[in-house]
Ligand binder design. Structure first.
Ligand SMILES: [Zn+2]
Length: 388
């Protein structure tokens, strides 16, 4: 999609959020509008160099709202998750890799809101992963993502399902179906409803997909998956960005109020051990560790009465600091990105709008400087025409 299309889509969703009876939704709408405003979106001419030596234009935002509804920001979590998913996929033994799709029976949840359906699905999986002895004995670890697609708006519009890249031994298809259905029943019972799976055999559908080489064309989509497609499937976001427009406003505000949207991508068990390697050696993490070390040395020198700090040490510090704040780095502590929600409890919407302006001003000062340092050859211009 072009940048104009993304802006347009995001603004439509912002307008929809304004109508929602919720405290958080209008604030999110403001954030989305700022993120997609002409003053925020920039083009960086000659930012990148292609493999064949030609230069390419980059595009980005000075400040990012990070909302799931924002067309600009929706790709960021996927970009952050991709190296983790790729690393785990490459390092799992081939004979242990298995792609599992756990689905919810479509029709029986039509009277639940999207948020509730997602919660039922999440809770059922948690139950399966923690309490099912069978599941624990066959699946040692996994990467889990929750996704939904829109089917038929007249019936149950949402098709919520979980994709798993599992570190698994031999799995009995029937047994897994039984365990998953049981977990779903327990999850639905939390809402005070006795529920029986409406399918013919009384079991929720589960797909076990064998991961095959991309050179072999998978002949049956339900039973096989191309190895190039696995990471792609895992790193899609919760739905297609355009999908939000088809969802009723009330359901949107439910999602806006809910902070759990961050949990859609999870690395569990043995896969977590593998993934640690990526996180540990990611440049930003290294940089932060190095920063700490340098500061300790300086503090030690101070304590001993040594006033002398080497100039090169300061240069290194600066470089590290930039690296640590580099936007492609893995996420900082997740809670930080939700800090503004706590603030919103104290301030009014009008005050919050003013605060957003300040936020943008600070981001502008910092980010433009950072971009110029990172890409010295590039020339930047926002859609509003400001050059930096
Ligand atoms: Zn955004």
């Amino acid at each position: 999609m072009t940048i104009i299309g993304k802006q347009f889509n995001s603004r439509l969703i912002a307008d929809k959020l304004d109508l929602a009876c919720s405290r958080v939704a209008p604030a999110i709408a403001e954030r989305i509008r700022l993120c997609n405003s002409d003053k925020n979106v920039f083009f960086g001419k000659d930012m990148f160099t292609n493999r064949n030596g030609t230069s390419a234009t980059g595009i980005g935002g000075i400040w990012n709202c990070g909302s799931v509804f924002c067309n600009q920001c929706v790709a960021r979590p996927a970009r952050k998750n991709r190296p983790i998913a790729e690393y785990v996929f490459d390092n799992l033994p081939k004979h242990k890799r298995l792609f599992i799709v756990l689905t919810m029976p479509d029709d029986s949840f039509s009277h639940y809101s999207l948020d509730t359906q997602l919660e039922i699905c999440q809770y059922a999986f948690r139950h399966l992963y923690r309490h099912s002895t069978y599941f624990k004995s066959v699946v040692k670890g996994a990467i889990k993502t929750v996704e939904f697609t829109i089917n038929d708006l007249r019936k149950n519009p949402y098709h919520v399902h979980i994709n798993l890249l599992a570190d698994a031994g031999f799995i009995s298809h029937l047994k897994l179906k039984q365990e998953w259905t049981k977990a779903l029943e327990i999850s639905v019972a939390r809402f005070g409803i006795v529920w029986k799976c409406p399918t013919a055999n009384g079991l929720a559908n589960v797909f076990l997909k064998q991961i095959v080489s991309h050179e072999v064309n998978p002949n049956n989509n339900h039973k096989q998956i191309n190895d190039k497609k696995v990471v792609f499937e895992l790193c899609k976001y919760v739905c297609k960005p355009q999908t939000w427009q088809h969802i009723p406003t009330a359901h949107l505000s439910d999602i806006a109020e809910n902070e759990k949207v961050n949990r859609f991508f999870e690395v569990l068990g043995s896969c977590r051990k593998i993934a640690k390697a990526v996180r540990r050696y990611a440049p930003a993490v290294m940089a932060r560790k190095a920063l700490k070390l340098v500061f300790t040395v300086i503090e030690m020198h101070k304590a001993q009465g040594i006033q002398y700090v080497h100039t090169s040490c300061l240069i290194v510090l600066n470089a590290l600091f930039n690296l640590a704040n580099y936007s492609h780095a893995p996420p900082k502590k997740r809670k930080l990105s939700w800090f503004w929600r706590i603030k919103l409890g104290i301030t009014t919407l009008t005050d919050y709008k003013k605060e957003l302006d300040d936020l943008f001003y600070d981001a502008w000062k910092y980010r433009t400087k950072q971009l110029r340092e990172l890409y010295p050859k590039a020339t930047f211009q926002t859609l509003a025409g400001a050059k930096f």
